[in-house]
Design a protein around this ligand. Structure first.
Ligand code: PEP
Length: 245
């Protein structure tokens, strides 16, 4: 399974040290891929702390160019040079607050892949879209631009917008349906078997049910991932078989 911690714009250098001290020894010889995604300034320190451990480091975004006049943006090639292995792309907070479109998200994913990063590509419908019965249409629209990607492993995170940071996770049935749709669509597009992870109010209390839902290859965890004990409880709730997903 893939268990990714999205710290969003939280954390500090001190928090990172104590978090890694608590988490890394526990993660030794786990059959899972653990990915820690702190804010950009903490990435070099995270790479250093996680070196030689089971935990890999991810960024929360990247640009679609190697370099250029893009003030404030971060190149995926620079992330690779830092020792970062993963990147989250198209998160709904980027779509909501920073003008991310389906097209720009796919362009970021393509550049990230070309730079050698593993991509966690986020998709998900809003509450209004779900209530209008448009969930699959939205997922298809968000996934379609990924046709520019090489048919190599991209990880898709199904993150219904209404479940992110709200305390209301999607039900196992809703998750299973969405994951099946995403997997079938990606197969049709010639992308092979895609690992689909779930994100949206995953907590220690609901992690076992979510992570044992058929079609779930892991979780992208926001709020609960800031606390090493809570994130460890989520990791422990994952089925032991299944490797990296
Ligand atoms: C996220 O940030 O991707 C997320 C799923 O957040 P939360 O777990 O807090 O809902």
């Amino acid at each position: 399974m893939i268990l990714a911690a999205n710290w969003k714009m939280h954390g500090s250098s001190e928090h990172l040290v104590s978090y890694c001290e608590a988490l890394l020894p526990r993660c030794e010889s786990l059959p899972h891929q653990i990915v820690l995604c702190p804010p950009y300034p903490l990435l070099p320190q995270a790479v250093m702390l996680c070196a030689g451990s089971q935990v890999q480091v991810g960024a929360q975004n990247c640009h679609w160019h190697q370099q250029g006049a893009f003030t404030g943006e971060v190149s995926p090639w620079l992330l690779v040079q830092l020792g970062v292995g993963w990147v989250v792309v198209g998160h709904s907070e980027r779509r909501q607050h920073f003008g991310e479109t389906d097209g720009t998200a796919a362009a970021r994913a393509k550049a990230a892949q070309e730079a050698g990063l593993r991509v966690i590509f986020c998709v998900g419908e809003t509450l209004e879209e779900r209530q209008r019965g448009e969930t699959f249409e939205v997922l298809q629209r968000q996934l379609h631009p990924l046709e520019v990607l090489a048919p190599t492993a991209v990880v898709v995170a199904y993150e219904p917008v209404w479940a992110i940071g709200t305390g209301h996770n999607a039900s196992p049935e809703q998750i299973q349906q969405a994951h099946q749709f995403i997997q079938a669509y990606m197969r049709e597009q010639g992308k092979g078997e895609v690992a689909v992870i779930y994100g949206g109010s995953v907590k220690p209390e609901n992690a076992a049910e979510i992570l044992h839902t058929p079609g779930v290859a892991g979780a992208l965890v926001g709020g609960a991932s800031l606390d090493a004990t809570a994130f460890w409880a989520i990791i422990q709730a994952a089925p032991q078989q299944g490797g990296e997903g």
